[in-house]
Design a binder for this molecule. Structure first.
Ligand SMILES: NC(=O)c1ccc[n+]([C@@H]2O[C@H](COP(=O)([O-])OP(=O)(O)OC[C@H]3O[C@@H](n4cnc5c(N)ncnc54)[C@H](O)[C@@H]3O)[C@@H](O)[C@H]2O)c1
Length: 251
């Protein structure tokens, strides 16, 4: 029987692309989402996949999900995430807290519950989806950068503690991705053009770009990679000087 890949927020966007890549590599996919309809739509695309309606911020729901799966997943992708945008001055406390709960706390809940089961087998991979906002803040990004920076550090902490148990824990930090939460934003041609020009590769990323990076980190080819945050952004976070050209030296 194929191994389980558990993908949170698998009901669309980047998560759906991760499910697709995992299914192609022979995993049985557990498509976990708070929307049953979305999870079912994605699960119906892949043989042996199952749809699981779970709020990943709820530990009891996560525990019973893992009991239902029966076996420890071989791969866990903490992908569920949300944004609540606006100036910090006006950010309601409940919105700030919700972003921390979904983007950070849920990853701890899911990863720990899975790691307890994976460690009994002495192997497994966890990949957390962060963001370039784990490295840089963004305009009106609210709690999102803090949550993603926290997730990047949590990734390292889990790698440090669980590496000796045979688990690898890594992260993927997507940049400007034309999918999921950003799709409506990039539907505006002016925004699309401006953001594309800011990227050294001169294009927005796709959900598949992110999913392939996740699969690399989970693969045997990355068997010595642990506690790493792989930035998948076409070079944008390191492009500060892109807009400030300098003449080539003449000597
Ligand atoms: N799209 C981008 O440009 C981009 C860039 C950087 C990082 N990311 C990150 O990638 C991940 C996926 O984002 P996306 O753009 O595909 O968004 P999306 O909104 O399309 O997908 C997120 C999924 O998570 C689910 N979800 C939300 N809260 C949940 C909960 N409590 N329990 C279970 N499921 C829940 C949603 O129902 C949704 O299906 C997120 O962590 C996001 O922060 C996205």
């Amino acid at each position: 029987m194929a191994e389980w890949a558990l993908v949170t927020g698998g009901g669309g966007g980047i998560g759906e692309a991760v499910c697709e890549c995992a299914a192609r590599r022979g995993y049985r996919v557990a498509v976990v989402d708070q929307s049953m309809e979305a999870a079912q739509r994605v699960a119906s695309r892949f043989d042996g996949a199952r749809a699981e309606c779970v709020d990943v911020t709820d530990e009891a729901q996560v525990e019973s999900l893992l009991d239902r799966l029966g076996e420890a997943p071989a791969l866990v992708v903490n992908n569920a995430g949300i944004g609540r945008f606006g100036p910090l001055m006006d950010m309601p406390l409940d919105q700030f807290e919700l972003v921390l709960r979904v983007n950070l706390l849920s990853c701890f809940i899911v990863a720990r519950a899975c790691a307890r089961r994976m460690s009994a087998r002495g192997l497994g991979n966890i990949v957390n989806i962060t963001s370039i906002n784990s490295i840089n803040p963004g305009p009106n990004a609210g709690a999102y950068p803090a949550a993603k920076a926290g997730l990047a550090r949590l990734t390292e902490q889990m790698a440090l503690e669980w590496g000796p148990l045979g688990l690898r824990v890594n992260a993927v930090a997507p940049g400007f991705i034309d999918a999921g939460i950003s799709a409506p934003f990039f539907a505006n041609p002016a925004v699309r053009d401006l953001r594309s020009r800011a990227v050294p590769l001169r294009r927005l990323g796709t959900a598949a770009d992110v999913a392939e990076a996740v699969m690399f980190l989970a693969s045997d080819e990355a068997s010595y990679v642990n506690g790493h945050e792989l930035v998948v952004d076409g070079g944008v976070v390191s492009s500060l000087l892109l807009q400030l050209p300098r003449e080539p030296a003449r000597t």
